[in-house]
Design a protein around this ligand. Structure first.
Ligand code: NAD
Length: 415
């Protein structure tokens, strides 16, 4: 098996390719190719056996050019500085593609968080929060959930931040529980936003989503909501997978039934349908493929065998640059992560607005505004991709990098 590609190398390669196309000023290019700040912290955690273990916490703030840095916190043993830097850069492009007034950030705690007891989980999150507080804030950097970090974790971090500044400030973090200042509709926002993108793409190309066959890799928050909303739009889910297995049902499977099965058994295996191997799932005959699990799963090796006509990336970075080129040459449209999964950050922005105004919106208003934002972003990216005859990811990056570069030029006397 080849080594997993370095995520930071991929992020830089994607950036430089588009910077070249845009003939970006060399100074700006250098500036945008490194995060504005990368903080590392020692995070002591008192374990249940009374020993204190020290973990490393990271926060990368790639860009403040268009507003406070924005992006999730990932608690996982595989977190690294390079991964966090790449994810923070992608957040900068993502917020710019959907035109929300934020920059890009990402953070992580290097630990096997899943193995912690409930009390250790709370102590670890609060300890990390106390170290983060000097560098975050509603106008500075606004974290959010990511791998293994839940609304409850967000509430602990907001609580620590409130103690630090002396009063509650829910706008310091998004993805909070609704009873603690979270936005209605945030839980479904990523999968829903992806479904809005796919629906708009079919509308723009004069086709119907009715009966289009969808394969989804990864059946967590993003994958489940994408399945549910795409089904209500008329699409047919024919295969799903999670880390433990994959199920293929060519006649279609019920999204709500699959969610219920996963909830009860903790896995998708065992559902009605044929069990297939993980690697086969991506290559099944289908119309739409939704990678909603991991990075770098669509590579130069399997890209030639992918049968989907449309790939909508719920996961961050599921397609390598070499695979992108192969797919483009084969006429497969890839709605890139920075657009397809930007529903999450869009509703995070709505949450921040509601927190700042202390005025909370009904769910339908969140959905309507999300749909409007996703449709507009998709139209802009599609127009540019088609007029320049470039892959959609390149078009999304062109749009984003130009927006960010313009903000830097306007704000910084040195450019
Ligand atoms: P999650 O933890 O809820 O779900 C991940 C799913 O992927 C799980 O079902 C897991 O079993 C599955 N998985 C893990 N390894 C797998 C494998 N080898 N094959 C198949 N499935 C596998 O996570 P999520 O929130 O749904 O996020 C999924 C992806 O979407 C991540 O890349 C994340 O960064 C991205 N994303 C999520 C959001 C959000 O709001 N949830 C927003 C933007 C991007």
């Amino acid at each position: 098996m080849p080594d997993k590609p370095n995520t930071w190398d991929i992020a830089l390669r994607q950036f430089h390719e588009v910077a070249e196309l845009l003939n970006l000023d060399p100074g700006l290019r250098e500036y945008l190719s490194v995060p504005e700040a990368v903080h590392t912290f020692s995070v002591p955690v008192l374990r249940d056996n009374d020993e204190t273990h020290v973990f490393t916490g990271i926060r990368s703030q790639h860009s403040f050019a268009r507003g406070p840095a924005k992006g999730g916190l990932r608690f996982h043993p595989g977190v690294s500085i390079d991964e966090v830097k790449a994810l923070s850069m992608w957040m900068t492009w993502k917020t710019a593609v959907v035109n929300v007034p934020f920059g890009g950030g990402k953070g992580g705690l290097i630990c096997d968080y899943k193995s912690f007891s409930p009390r250790e989980k709370e102590r670890a999150a609060r300890s990390f929060a106390r170290r983060l507080t000097p560098v975050i804030g509603p106008e500075i950097d606004i974290p959010a959930p990511d791998v293994n970090t839940t609304p409850e974790v967000m509430a602990w971090i907001a609580d620590e931040y409130g103690h630090y500044i002396g009063h509650p400030e829910p706008a310091v973090i998004t993805g909070k529980p609704v009873d603690f200042g979270g936005s209605r509709g945030r839980d479904s926002a990523t999968g829903r936003g992806l479904a809005y993108c796919v629906d708009r793409y079919y509308h723009n190309t004069g086709k119907s989503l009715e009966g289009q066959r969808v394969v989804i890799q990864g059946f967590g928050n993003a994958g489940q909501w994408a399945a549910k909303v795409l089904t209500t739009m008329g699409a047919t889910i024919i295969a799903i997978s999670d880390s433990r297995g994959a199920v293929y049902a060519p006649e279609g499977l019920s999204a709500t039934g699959a969610i219920q099965h996963k909830l009860e058994s903790g896995q998708v295996a065992g559902m009605p349908g044929e069990e297939v191997k993980h690697e086969e799932l991506l290559e099944l005959d289908c119309d739409i493929l939704v990678p909603a699990a991991l990075e770098s799963v669509i590579t130069a090796e399997n890209a030639p065998r992918i049968k989907a006509k449309l790939i909508a990336e719920a996961a961050n970075g599921p397609t390598t640059p070499d695979a992108d080129t192969i797919l483009h040459d084969r006429g497969v449209v890839v709605i890139p992560d920075v657009l397809a999964n930007a529903g999450g950050v869009t509703v995070s922005y709505f949450e921040w607005v509601q927190n700042r105004q202390r005025y909370y919106w009904p769910e339908q208003k969140v959905f309507d505004r999300l749909q409007k934002g996703m449709r507009q972003a998709l139209d802009e990216v599609q127009d540019l991709a088609e007029s320049k005859n470039v892959p959609w990811r390149t078009a999304a990056y062109m749009l984003a990098i130009q927006r960010v570069a313009h903000a830097v030029e306007v704000n910084h006397p040195d450019f």
